[in-house]
Ligand binder design. Sequence first.
Ligand code: ATP
Length: 315
Amino acid sequence: MREMNTEARAAERETAGAAVWLHGAVQLRKAFRLGPLNLEAPVGCVTAIVGPNGSGKSSTFRLLLGLTAADEGEIRLLGERVGDGLDDTELKRRMAYVPEEDSKIEASLRGTSQAEFVSAWYPAWNQGEFERLLREFEVEPSKRLGKMSKGMRRKFELALALAREPELLLLDEPSSGLDPLSWRKLVGELHRYMERGRHTILMATHILDEVKRLADYIAIMADGRIIGVYEKDELLSSWHRFYVGPGLGGAVSEGDVADLPGLVRAEESGGGTCRVVTSRAWEAEGWCRERGLPITGQRALELDEIMEQLIRQAR
Ligand SMILES: Nc1ncnc2c1ncn2[C@@H]1O[C@H](COP(=O)(O)OP(=O)(O)OP(=O)(O)O)[C@@H](O)[C@H]1O
């Protein structure tokens, strides 16, 4: 049995339930500071990292994979510490990573040879599942990887990752280059993977529909930092735009809604109404009702609008 000191036990307790655990991770570069990053991606859930170009999503993946080193902080994957030159061979066998850019090194290999190599390395490799995925994605594995189209190569890499039956799947822009039909199939396959066991996905994506369909949690990144981690349904249901007024007391001004719960912005919008954005829709509704302020129009904000507001607040 593995010997553990008190500190290791405490860390294990703390990270139990988190497949990806980042605590105060910082990487300093000449022109960019990544972190401090704090993130707990729960086991059995899909966590999507979203954020503008250059916010640090791919850099975070490289840090998690130990491809680059953290200058500060601690990183654990599936409860195991990564970095500091630690031997992560066994850990890597329990996970799969599909990077944003396909490797050029393997371009001359045929898909079949690459699969043979990978299957020998991963104990949970499922050949039947691999062949099913290739059929589903309509990928011809006898082609050389460098001769596959961008979308085809991506589907090959995704099939290769899923067939390993990893406990943890790290995906950087998984649907980059996929046509709409392939994209729908991928979303279906990722759902299937999540249903098949105690699996976890951490993915970076720009496709908001992908986030809506797949994610349980959303981590928003901006300027090298994770500015917040949110439960998706809660986030999407709590941000609303209201039109308030006019009330019995006449026109509603910005000042009248200054204490509205979760108020993010308010502007007079003509006809005695005020347009407000709130991050606490239920409470804001009740607040208006109590004050006899009629809500004459209302809609939930889209994820991109919420992200824009949260990033603005964080800067
Ligand atoms: N190999 C590298 N060497 C030095 N700086 C890099 C390197 N790759 C990225 N950067 C810089 O690190 C920062 C974060 O980039 P990163 O690729 O992690 O962002 P991202 O959120 O994944 O962006 P995108 O949405 O465009 O994929 C940027 O300022 C970028 O210019």
